[in-house]
Design a binder for this molecule. Structure first.
Ligand SMILES: *Cc1c(COP(=O)(O)O)cnc(C)c1O
Length: 497
């Protein structure tokens, strides 16, 4: 299998797509085809471990990696030392048709770990395959969770470094603390005086700057990306859709072949796109339900077929979804345009020039066969955290609660009674202040620092505090660099010197 650019230029191998991250024409790498898995094969996943399913699915895409390499990477990434649940992505049942898939059992307590524990191995192997001797300098823009997960993934991995740009004052207390206390000799953390879109646009600009590449090259470094624009992030996420389906069939909750809906709290469109890829590979998925917070650019897109970014940017209690420019949507647009890269390029050009593009009624109605969408603002999100906890005793983080709210609305509007899985993308303890305040009102958190909120949340709910959160309290701050939006190049060159 080869990989093309959504803008038309490239034809590269899997390892090259992973090593380079973004195509030189500014497009994203997409697989040349979707390998099809038969229902028999998917049914066979019922008896297999997460690791084995991961190997089977990844092999389909990563053609220039040997089976032994993939096995080695998977075993190292999904070891008991990294994930505290043997299922890796355990399911919880809320009622007869509603399930939660918990994706936050890795080292940084957000779903990004599932991909970012694996990616460094794939990148290192890719460097070797392509005889790359320069240091692989990973650059990441984060809305909060990717940053820490990437830092933990690449920390002290020989031949690499990892630099994270986060929006200064745009992430939660715990997210910030997790990042700035990161250890390791090859990790760098830089606050950008802007929002996530500024940071992401800045990183993309560095990637497409010949001047920057030249300077890095002189320092013996090759810039690469660990954002979900990297195909190596996407492929590991496809795996858990298969694993989830197989778990439900295995436990008698689903007949093989019966459609299953997934509700996905969405920001950069990576997680839900992986679900779409799984569907194209033959997994019986009914609807992929795209859940946005108040920055509802995506739910508007799936409703009207118009992507429109000239709107107010809101800071919400689900900061990892505070995004107006969803990079991975370009990969879906490529499919929607029947893989005509000139159509995609025209849409992207229109987005750049006028802040919007429209895909037209016919393409929209085709997308709506696979996707539904909705959104929740902070009031609805807090209400949902309280409702679900009261109803089933299940404690959701704000991102997961956005999805849960959208699920509830979708169900009411459509009467769709399909078995449904909500993707739980973070531990509630990463957002303890907002979760606590959702349960007990704003007064309950007044005067409490981040750790006091954590403790009180445990006292009230009895849900144990994850050890990673407890450990943060005593860890010293090691990263303090802050830069302006237009000072990102200088800042990273300084750090890497
Ligand atoms: C990153 C993130 C999301 C959004 O995922 P995308 O792949 O960017 O759509 C949702 N929830 C949490 C907790 C996240 O960290």
């Amino acid at each position: 299998m080869s990989f093309y650019s959504t803008r038309g230029g490239a034809c590269v191998t899997a390892s090259q797509a992973i090593l380079w991250g973004l195509a030189r024409d500014g497009g994203l790498y997409v697989p040349s085809m979707f390998p099809l898995l038969s229902q028999d094969r998917i049914f066979g996943f019922c008896d297999l471990s997460y690791q084995t399913i991961a190997r089977r699915v990844l092999q389909e895409f990563l053609e220039d990696y040997s089976k032994a390499e993939i096995a080695q990477a998977v075993e190292a990434a999904y070891s008991p030392g990294n994930f505290d649940d043997p299922a890796i992505v355990p399911l919880r049942q809320l009622d007869d048709r509603l399930h939660v898939m918990e994706l936050f059992h890795g080292p940084t307590l957000a779903f990004k770990d599932v991909a970012l524990k694996l990616l460094p191995y794939l990148v290192k192997m890719a460097a070797r395959k392509n005889e790359e001797t320069r240091e692989i300098s990973i650059m990441v823009a984060t809305s909060g969770d990717t940053g820490k997960a990437a830092l933990e993934g690449f920390r002290d991995v020989e031949g690499t470094s990892c630099t994270v740009f986060y929006p200064h004052e745009g992430v939660s207390d715990m997210q910030l603390r997790q990042m700035v206390t990161t250890e390791g000799s090859n990790t760098h953390v830089i606050g950008v005086k802007g929002n996530f879109d500024d940071a992401q646009t800045g990183v993309k600009r560095l990637f497409s700057s010949p001047e920057f590449h030249d300077k890095m090259n002189k320092m013996g470094k090759l810039p690469s990306s660990a954002n979900s624009i990297n195909f190596g992030r996407l492929a590991p996420q496809v795996v858990y859709y298969f694993s989830c389906y197989a778990q439900l069939v295995c436990h008698g909750k689903l007949r093989m072949g019966q459609p299953l809906n997934f509700v996905v709290p969405t920001g950069n469109f990576g997680d839900i796109l992986a679900g779409y890829y799984a569907k194209r590979m033959g997994l019986p998925i009914g609807k992929l339900i795209c859940a946005s917070n108040r920055n509802n650019v995506l739910s508007d897109f799936f409703t009207h077929g118009v992507y429109y970014t000239h709107r107010t940017f809101f800071k919400t209690m689900s900061p990892s979804m505070d995004i107006l420019i969803s990079s991975n949507l370009e990969r879906l647009l490529y499919e929607s345009a029947d893989r005509d890269s000139s159509v995609v390029s025209a849409w992207m050009e229109s987005l750049r020039k006028s802040g919007s593009f429209s895909i037209g009624a016919q393409r929209l109605s085709k997308l709506q066969q696979s996707f539904a969408a909705g959104f929740a603002d902070d009031t609805m999100t807090a209400e949902e955290i309280r409702r679900v906890y009261g109803h089933s005793g299940y404690l959701m983080d704000p991102h997961t609660a956005v999805a849960s709210h959208v699920q509830k609305e979708y169900h009411l509007q459509t009467g769709d009674y399909s078995q449904t899985v909500i993707l739980a993308t973070a531990s509630p303890y990463k957002f303890a202040r907002d979760v606590l305040s959702a349960l007990r009102g704003g007064e309950a958190v007044e005067g409490l620092d981040a750790f006091a909120c954590v403790q009180k949340l445990e006292d009230i709910t009895g849900v144990p505090i994850p050890k990673q959160i407890a450990a943060l309290r005593s860890m010293p701050v090691r990263h303090q660099t802050i830069c302006e939006v237009d000072g990102m190049q200088e800042a990273i060159l300084n750090e890497l010197q």
